[in-house]
Every structure is written in C-alpha cells, then in structure tokens.
Write a protein that binds this ligand. Structure first.
Ligand SMILES: *Cc1c(COP(=O)(O)O)cnc(C)c1O
Ligand code: SF4
Length: 437
C-alpha cells in the first residue's frame, strides 16, 4: 500500500511528480488555490493522473487548479501578490476572500431553507429538503481525501460555511427521525464521511440502526477514486467492512453513493478491489457525477463509464449539472449539450444501464431533470421534470421552459411566451416566506 501523503499549495514542491510541472503551472496552482482549496494525495498523483498528458489530462484538471478558473483580472492581481510576498501574505488572503465572496458561495439557498427546526432549535448540520430523505453532515467529515476542482462545497473547505454545517449530536438526529417517521433515508455527506475512522463512523451510524421507520443509509463518498485503500488495506479497513456487513444484517439498505466522474477512476486494480469488497458486504454502490467541461463532457466517456460500472456491479444513478457557484464558468456545459451527451450515451446502454437519471439540476424548488427538447405552439421548448420537489406534490411533474441555447442552469430559463410563471412559482414563494418567518 502507498503511504498516505497529502499535498496542498504550501508543500506542492514535495510532490514526487513536481518535476512535471513548469514554473507557470506551479504559479497558477498556488494562485488559484488561494481562492479554491487544493488538495491532492499520493494515490491520485501516482495512479490516476497521466503526467505525460498534462495539462489536458482529465484527472489533472479534476484535481489541480487551472489559471482559467479565475477571471483574468482576478488572476493577475492574486498572482502579483503571490509573486511579491508568497503564499501566506495576508493581503493575498484578503483579496482571495473578496473573490470567494463574489462566487455565490451558498447556492440554492441551502442553509436557510433546508435546515430543519426542532423545538425552536435550528438543527445545524442537517438538511431536510425532500420529505423522504435527511442529509447529515458529520463534523469530522468536512474534508475529502483530495479535492475536486469543480466541487460546489468549496466554501466548506475554505472555512466560509464550515461550522454551520457541522453537527456532532447524533442524538438530535435520532430524536428528529423519531418525530419524522416519513423519513426513509439518512444520507451521510460532507466533505467525505469516509475520511472518518471506522470507530467514528460507528458512533454516527450505529444509533440509527434500531429506528424501524428508517430504511436506508446512504454514504456519499469519493474514496473509491481518491483513496480506495479505505476499503482494503487502511488500518481499520477490515473493521469498516465488518461494520458495513452489520448494517446490512440489521435489515437496512446500505447505499454507497460514489462520486465517479471519469472511467479511469474505476480502472485501477486498487479501486476494483475496493468495489469487490464493498459488494461482498451486501451494500450497493450507486454512482453520480456532474457533467463537466475538461473532465467528461462527451458521450463516449459517459458510455464507457456506465458500461464499466455495470461490469463492476455499480448502479448508474445521477448525471448532474454543475451548480451555479465557484469556477462554474470553467466547467459549464449548456443544458442542450448535456442532454445530447446524456441521450447519446444512454441510447447505447442496454436497459440495465438505464437506471441513471439526468441531466439533473439541484435547484431551490427541487431536483429538475431535462427530459427533452420539443416544439409547443410554434415555440422551441425544454421539457423538464421534477425528480424531487421541495413540495412533495411537485415530484414527477413535467413542465416546460422556453428553449435557450446558452442556458446552463435553471436560473437561465424562462416560462414559455404567453406564460408569466412556472406552475410552482407561487408555491415556492409561499414556502420561502413561511420558512423565513
Ligand atoms: C439530492 C438530494 C437528496 C436525495 O435525492 P434522491 O433523488 O433521493 O437521490 C436529498 N436531499 C437533498 C437536499 C438533495 O439535494
Ligand atoms: S469528493 Fe465530493 S465533496 Fe469532496 S471535493 Fe470532490 S466533489 Fe467535493
């Protein structure tokens, strides 16, 4: 097993592959990292990145910041400061903070709208947006084994939101679930819950196993790709596997929600061993990822990825669109193009691979999938569908929006000509005013 080593902007020169980077790339990485957190580990550097193909290598783009992720002017200002006084210059950090604040650090109004209140107390570290599922953010899981450059959770990693989302108190969650028997799933997320030790993970999950109304436990993780040893040869990997078996034995469905953005992530013998081991516990791995320029914005990549997943017993689950935050512009794919990529790959799968849904946007009213492009009363239109609604009555409803070629997010869409709102616009308004009271 490889020794776990982590490289960030300040110790980049210790990276064994450092000599592959030219001076300009080093400067770009350190400059952009002042705004978007950068962290890569020895496994990603050694086994995933193809250093002979940088900077175009998708794994490189996925883990190393690129100059184009900032506006030209922002980059120039920061990089001048970096050149003058180095990484820890307070002025550089101040400037970086200003840029962060302009990047919509809290998209889709998550914090205000989704955090439940119980007996007058706001339950920080939890989100209950859709009736059947609760998200839980363990305090110790607010980091990842490596950071994805497109991650919409960058504000958590840069200390902008951090504490607000953290919640150690599993008893609060337990009490909440007792009062909400309609909740069927608890979704552990972060960061990455698989950065926690097994014994810590147990303290969070074990108390939930005897709640009869709870059916499924989901764990969102990128450890399969960023540190597969978590499931095979880490000190407490065997203990983790035994615990996963126990969850299944206790009658819960254990779903590992794997972030997999590129087929290469599940090519390595290390990842394949980890997948086999998880499968042996009775847990089910499902996969989700955004479609992102420079990483996976072509149908062949998705087809190959879904096909490989099927072979390995992973169920394709979601294709997402990049949320409207951070370096979105660098990665964005217009809605119509995402739909094309999705359809082209989807049509090549047999029915077994068509468990996937997408391209999906996690917006304030719900999860909205782009179904198709059509013509209605002479107007070109997107057909959209809620796969999750903030109001459960919206789930599975179809609606239309005016076709917009450049649209890359729901906010860029408008109702059809002749209609001044969507069917849920008023309902959304009243939900918001009720929650804000
Ligand atoms: C995506 C999401 C879920 C889970 O949705 P599924 O469609 O059941 O996978 C739950 N809560 C929030 C806030 C989400 O964004
Ligand atoms: S693993 Fe997930 S949470 Fe962590 S940086 Fe990547 S996308 Fe973000």
């Amino acid at each position: 097993m490889l020794e776990y080593r982590s490289f960030e902007a300040h110790n980049l020169h210790e990276l064994p592959q450092y000599h592959h980077l030219d001076k300009e790339q080093v400067q770009a990485i350190q400059t952009v990292a002042a705004v978007y957190p950068f962290r890569v580990n020895s496994y990603v550097a050694e086994h995933l990145i193809d250093w002979s193909r940088i900077p175009d290598d998708p794994m490189f783009r996925l883990s190393f910041p690129q100059a184009e992720m900032l506006e030209e002017e922002e980059f120039a200002t920061l990089s001048a400061l970096l050149g003058k006084h180095g990484i820890s210059d307070p002025e550089l950090q101040k400037e970086a903070r200003l840029i962060q604040m302009r990047q919509n650090p809290n998209p889709a109004g998550q914090m205000e709208l989704n955090t439940p209140v119980q007996k007058g107390n706001r339950l920080h570290g939890m989100q209950h947006k859709y009736r059947e599922s609760v998200l839980f953010f363990p305090a110790e899981a607010q980091v990842c084994h490596a950071y994805c450059t497109y991650c919409f959770r960058w504000p958590q990693f840069s200390g902008l939101d951090n504490l607000k989302f953290a919640n150690r108190d599993i008893q609060l969650l337990k009490a909440y679930l007792g009062n909400h028997p309609e909740v069927k799933d608890v979704i552990f997320t972060g960061g990455d819950p698989m950065v926690m030790t097994t014994s810590l993970l147990r303290t969070y999950i074990e108390p939930l196993l005897d709640i009869p109304t709870l059916r499924s436990i989901r764990i969102g993780t990128k450890a399969l790709s960023w540190w597969p040893y978590r499931f095979t040869s880490d000190n407490d990997a065997d203990d983790l596997i035994a615990f996963m078996e126990k969850i299944v034995r206790k009658g819960k469905h254990l779903a590992i929600m794997a972030h997999i953005s590129h087929p290469r992530e599940i090519d390595s013998p290390e990842a394949i061993s980890a997948i086999r081991r998880i499968n042996s516990t009775g847990a089910v791995i499902r996969s989700q990822s955004p479609v992102a320029r420079h990483i996976n914005a072509d149908a062949a990549t998705w087809e190959e990825m879904w096909q490989k997943q099927l072979l390995l017993g992973i169920i394709p689950y979601y294709m997402f669109l990049e949320r409207d935050t951070g370096p979105k512009r660098y990665f964005e794919v217009p809605l119509h193009e995402a739909l094309d990529i999705y359809n082209t790959a989807y049509r090549k799968m047999s029915g077994l691979g068509r468990t996937v849904r997408g391209p999906s946007m996690s917006c304030s009213p719900g999860k909205i999938v782009i179904e198709d492009v059509t013509e209605i009363q002479g107007q070109k239109a997107f057909i959209l569908k809620f796969t999750q609604g903030r109001n459960p009555e919206w789930t599975n409803r179809i609606f239309f929006a005016k076709y917009e070629k450049s649209a890359s997010w729901f906010d860029d869409l408008k109702p059809l000509d002749g209609q001044n709102k969507f069917f849920f616009t008023d309902g959304m308004q009243s939900l918001i005013s009720r929650i804000k009271e």
